[in-house]
Design a protein around this ligand. Structure first.
Ligand code: NAD
Ligand code: MG
Length: 388
């Protein structure tokens, strides 16, 4: 049976992995909408290839180029933030949410509000809007399929089990490309070094997040909302080979883990085919060739981001949204060569300290307002402290 797919963030890394799977199974899918921030020519080419009905650019200034690139294909074109939301609100059997950053929140919410099935890669949406988003999922009967590899692993391990029987959920973390670096080396890490992930090929922002360990911090908050076992039952272990994607221990001391190649097509396929399974083009896992799986505790002195995330959950209120906003600003500044690598976590910590009593946002609008104010505060910190 053909199912209707909308892909938010079609030109990114998750977008490409998703479309690779769809391309191999063309008869299973009809594409409703594809979106991107700009990359108009690339988006148009994908929309034409996949016979999408609608192509949307978030940046309205890219709309003329999108129209031109779509030519007389008959594909509808639109631009701007409201058009992204409108695309997500259109009926679809599956919405893959792969926009990076809090920019993806409003479209995700639109898909939730129509009670859709959403493969959620866009972790920042859940970090910023945790309670608001989860409440909307429950209210509208939406289905959230975690696409982030760790959460997808946990989702698979929990299948058929009761959440009350969980003793502990452990997120695995590769430790990123700078895992073994000294503090002094970290101070001097360049954007090229930070994005050179040993196991995963990903977009620039999440690659920097992996290097700072903020990716695991965001995932910690993401897991806190997706799997309500409480903070005390959520842990992190460093596992440099990225073969075990996360694990769940039950109260009888049985632990289930999900293993697989470090390729996002595996968790994406698990979401696209859910509750069934589909083929992927990946080589089988060869444990004898891998030889060794190793594990270490996280070092929160060199990589404070996971501590900041835990503190943000404990603080509650607007802290997780502020943490995410400050991190987005700091990562962009690092990638632009404006601040050092180790300033990223420092900017997040300082921004959080200045917002320690902001109330909990209770609607999408309030989350977006908190996000905006977190960004402004982080930017003003950067202006006064640039390059330190
Ligand atoms: P990416 O940078 O490669 O792609 C991002 C996509 O979003 C692109 O299509 C881009 O055009 C679009 N986009 C960017 N800014 C936008 C904006 N302001 N408004 C609308 N669209 C915008 O990112 P990615 O690596 O594919 O990651 C996407 C999301 O998935 C992120 O939240 C990331 O944390 C998460 N994720 C990624 C991976 C991975 O392996 N890449 C793994 C797990 C989770
Ligand atoms: Mg992940």
């Amino acid at each position: 049976m053909t199912r209707v797919l909308t892909l938010l963030g079609a030109t990114g890394s998750i977008g490409a992995s998703t479309l690779d799977l769809v391309r191999r199974n063309r008869d299973d899918w009809r594409v409703e909408a594809l979106t991107a921030q700009c990359s108009a020519a690339e988006l148009a080419a994908l929309a034409i290839e996949f016979g999408a009905k609608l192509a949307v650019v978030g940046d309205e200034t890219c709309l003329p180029e999108l129209r031109e690139s779509l030519g007389n294909s008959g594909i509808e074109a639109a631009g701007g933030r409201a058009a992204l939301v409108e695309a997500a609100a259109r009926p679809a059997d599956m919405t893959v949410a792969a926009i990076v950053g809090c920019a993806g929140l409003a479209p995700v919410m639109a898909a939730v509000e129509r009670g859709g099935t959403i493969a959620l890669a866009n972790k920042e949406a859940l970090v910023s809007a945790g309670e608001v988003l989860m409440q909307a999922v429950a209210k509208h009967g939406a289905t959230l399929l975690p696409t982030d590899s760790e959460h997808n692993a946990i989702f698979q391990c929990l299948n058929g089990n009761r959440i009350d029987d969980v003793a502990k959920i452990t997120l695995t973390a590769s430790g990123g490309p700078l895992r073994t670096w000294t503090q002094a080396q970290l101070d001097a890490a360049t954007p090229a070094e930070a994005v050179a992930h040993p196991n995963w090929s990903m977009g620039a922002k999440i690659s920097v997040d992996s290097a700072t360990m903020m990716n695991k911090g965001l995932e910690y908050i993401e897991a806190y909302h997706l799997f309500p076992v409480g903070l005390d039952r959520l842990g992190i272990v460093i596992h440099p080979q990225s073969v075990i994607h996360s694990m769940v221990e039950f109260r009888d001391r049985s632990t289930l883990a999900q293993l697989g190649p470090s390729d996002m097509r595996v968790p994406i396929a698990s979401c696209l085919a859910w509750p069934q399974r589909m083929e992927t083009p990946l080589a089988p896992l060869d444990l004898a060739a891998i030889g060794e799986l190793t594990f270490f505790p996280p070092d929160e002195d060199r990589f404070p981001a996971t501590r900041l995330a835990r503190e943000a959950i404990r603080a509650g209120g607007s802290a997780p949204a502020i943490l995410n906003a400050a991190n987005e600003v700091a990562v962009a500044a690092f990638l632009a060569g404006q601040i050092r690598f180790t300033r990223i976590a420092a900017v997040v910590e300082e921004t959080l300290a200045r917002n320690n009593d902001a109330p909990r946002p209770t609607s999408l609008e309030e989350v977006l307002a908190v996000d905006q104010s977190g960004r402004m505060q982080a930017m003003s910190l950067l202006e006064t402290n640039a390059l330190v």
